[in-house]
Design a protein around this ligand. Structure first.
Ligand SMILES: [Zn+2]
Length: 240
């Protein structure tokens, strides 16, 4: 069912019908970044993509872009992480939103599966500035977890209980708990990388034993709540 919301799989006639019926484009964004030995490097964007498809399904409309893997730091020093500068990201999102307006988007939801103040603040500032300069379009820019609580907790972490649970639910075939260790070694540390925002330490200690605390059920609860919160916000923006 969710296939009919994927931008890249639409025929021109389907695209035109979809944007006419509901002028909403949802942009899943993340990063290629170290997430322990039990999760893949593309987790953030893959997770956001799956969540955005569920949001479109809930809305019964909207068009979901393919996942974007280019973003702000990020554990820049850790094995496999790729990070990008603010001017590049500014240009990328500006041109993307210009193009999405051209094809008829009236609401653009930038949903980041990659967290941390560097990425989140960038996206929020970008959206605010873009809307100040362009009328006729509403941008929603937020991390998945914003406005969400599960059992009294905000489901935000880095490769911890929440991300691991969501990934177990969304991509069981890409989740490798058999590789998880409470003390996970970082297999490679890069010295003085570009955009070394967080200046992270060369060690990683999990706050809790994920083999006990993470579960597919918790992931589903989390994804369902995120889907409800963001789809409600999109509908409100559309009807404003
Ligand atoms: Zn992450």
């Amino acid at each position: 069912m969710e296939n009919k919301y994927r931008y890249e799989e639409m025929m021109p006639a389907e695209f035109l019908e979809a944007i006419e019926r509901m002028p909403v484009v949802i942009v899943p964004t993340g990063l290629l970044e170290w997430h322990g030995d039990h999760l893949p490097l593309g987790l953030d964007a893959l997770k956001a993509h799956a969540v955005c498809l569920k949001i479109a399904e809930k809305l019964g409309g909207g068009i979901v872009l393919p996942p974007n893997y280019y973003g702000r730091p990020g554990y820049s020093r850790y094995a496999g992480t790729l990070t990008f500068s603010e001017p590049l990201m500014q240009l990328l999102f500006t041109e993307l939103c210009d193009q999405l307006r051209k094809v008829g988007a009236q609401v653009i939801a930038l949903i980041t599966g990659h967290y941390g103040p560097c990425q989140v603040n960038f996206l929020k500032n970008f959206a605010q500035n873009y809307m100040a300069e362009h009328s006729g379009v509403t941008l929603i820019a937020k991390p998945e977890y914003e406005g969400v609580t599960i059992n009294g907790e905000v489901p935000a972490d880095h490769a911890g209980k929440w991300e691991t649970s969501m990934f177990m639910y969304l991509y069981p075939e890409l989740t490798h708990m058999e590789n998880y260790q409470l003390d996970t070694p970082i297999r490679k540390i890069y010295d003085n990388p570009p955009h070394d925002w967080y200046k992270e330490k060369p060690t990683w200690t999990w706050k809790e034993d994920l083999s006990k605390s993470a579960s597919k059920e918790l992931g589903k609860q989390c994804v369902d709540t995120i889907t409800d919160v963001i789809s409600t916000e999109i509908l409100a923006a559309l009807n404003a």
